[in-house]
Design a protein around this ligand. Structure first.
Ligand code: TYC
Length: 136
């Protein structure tokens, strides 16, 4: 039987080509048939959706208090959130004036690590600085 009369039976070279964009699933007989002419596997091309999920994002917030030194807050924001001196100073003033401010937005585990880094540094230095995360 000629290949042209069997539109869904693909011999190996064409199937390999199509499988770049589609998943090739073996049909009945495990991808083999009697009439594949010894060319290799015969399969069915199926469309697939990539199984990807965007991670949820979390904003990491600093809270104001009356005791943590401004310079300490600036250093923390620079070091933990990779901000410039100018950005860190602006965030510190925002938190000081407004009571709360965002230092960055990250996937869950990154946000959690940053909160822990801030809280550990504050505790080590006996400052009451608080850092929290919230789902965006
Ligand atoms: N309010 C503090 C002070 O006057 C400074 C400060 C800023 C503290 C930001 C915490 O997240 C904070 N020393």
């Amino acid at each position: 039987m000629s290949e042209i009369s069997k539109p869904f039976a693909l011999t190996a070279p064409l199937a390999r080509d199509l499988a770049v964009r589609s998943r090739l699933s073996a049909g009945p007989g495990g991808g083999r048939s009697e009439d594949d002419g010894g060319e290799g596997q015969v399969g069915v091309v199926t469309k697939t959706r990539p199984k990807t999920k965007k991670p949820s994002l979390y904003r990491v917030l600093l809270l104001n208090d009356d005791y943590t030194p401004m310079e300490f807050v600036i250093l923390i924001v620079e070091q933990v959130f990779n901000k410039s001196r100018e950005e860190a100073t602006s965030i510190m003033w925002h938190v000081h004036n407004e009571g709360v401010g965002e230092c960055g937005v990250y996937p869950y585990e990154v946000a959690e690590t940053k909160v822990t880094q801030v809280m550990d540094a504050a505790r080590r230095n006996s400052h009451p600085l608080q850092c929290v995360m919230e789902k965006q």
